[in-house]
Design a protein around this ligand. Structure first.
Ligand SMILES: Nc1nc2c(ncn2[C@@H]2O[C@H](COP(=O)(O)OP(=O)(O)OP(=O)(O)O)[C@@H](O)[C@H]2O)c(=O)[nH]1
Ligand SMILES: [Mg+2]
Length: 240
């Protein structure tokens, strides 16, 4: 979403205020014999689309989900503090903690500001907080490579996300955490990667404890989200 104006949402991306107004006006201005496409094109021609190549600042609601104790909060804190602090003691999250941090989209001048919703993994709490899952833009789904159940439950988390984003494409990344616990590992990379691919997710592994790769999920999501935004803008350009 462009942060220059207020931000109506459109299929997971946010577009400038004029776009929202124009599209809303399309219905009103549609004349009896005019097709929807013609009306939309007429209106979009009045809306100034971002110039190709212009620097874009996007913002995205990022759901951080997964079973209890897989390391979601440790990841969120580590990411926010640029690797300065590893949360050694387990403090069960009982609600949703909101963290905000911007990242540059790799190999571009664009950036994405993530509003990270660090969600409770425990069912009792997560079910009470479903309202806060509404209108997500991206998903960071974490499991623990030493805990098979946490991997198996990723299907449940994904289903839950999709119920909150019917008809929308939500870029997501599956993250295997705690790779430092080599001897205790039970979920192999290949297995998880295949599952991620099958479900349309990117994949990466990390050890928050060893500060390995903890920024990777957000870089991946920034790239995917920016890509989605560009596709939406191109679609609008082609209509205008
Ligand atoms: N060995 C190891 N431990 C980790 C790693 N990341 C997190 N932990 C530990 O795992 C425990 C649980 O971490 P949290 O981040 O609180 O887990 P969570 O997913 O937020 O759990 P809920 O809030 O209950 O959903 C803590 O004791 C962390 O220190 C890691 O990469 N390696
Ligand atoms: Mg937590």
């Amino acid at each position: 979403m462009s942060r220059a104006n207020s931000q109506p949402s459109w299929a997971g991306c946010r577009l400038p205020k004029e776009a929202g107004r124009s599209v809303a006006r399309a219905a009103l201005l549609l004349r009896p014999r005019q097709s929807a496409a013609t009306a939309a094109a007429a209106l979009l021609s009045r809306w100034r689309l971002p110039r190709a190549g212009a620097m874009v600042k996007l913002a995205a609601k990022c759901l951080l989900a997964g079973d209890p104790a897989v390391g979601k909060s440790a990841l969120a804190q580590m990411f926010r503090n640029d690797g300065a602090h590893f949360q050694k003691n387990y403090t069960l999250t009982t609600g949703i903690e909101l963290l905000v941090k911007a990242v540059s989209v790799p190999e571009t001048s664009d950036s994405v500001e993530f509003f990270i919703f660090d969600s409770a993994g425990k069912d009792l709490f997560s079910e009470m907080l479903e309202k806060l899952w509404e209108q997500p833009n991206v998903l960071c789904l974490v499991y623990d490579v030493t805990n098979e159940q946490s991997f198996n439950n990723c299907a449940k988390w994904l289903e839950k996300l999709r119920a909150h984003a019917v008809g929308m494409h939500i870029p997501g990344v599956l993250v295997g955490n705690k790779t430092d616990l080599v001897a205790r590992r039970v979920v192999e990379q290949k297995q998880a990667q295949e599952w991620a691919e099958k479900h349309g997710l990117e994949y990466c592994e990390m050890s928050v404890k060893e500060m390995k790769n903890f920024e990777a999920p957000f870089h991946i999501l920034a790239k995917s989200f920016q890509q989605l935004y560009k596709e939406k803008v191109e679609t609008f350009h082609s209509l205008a």
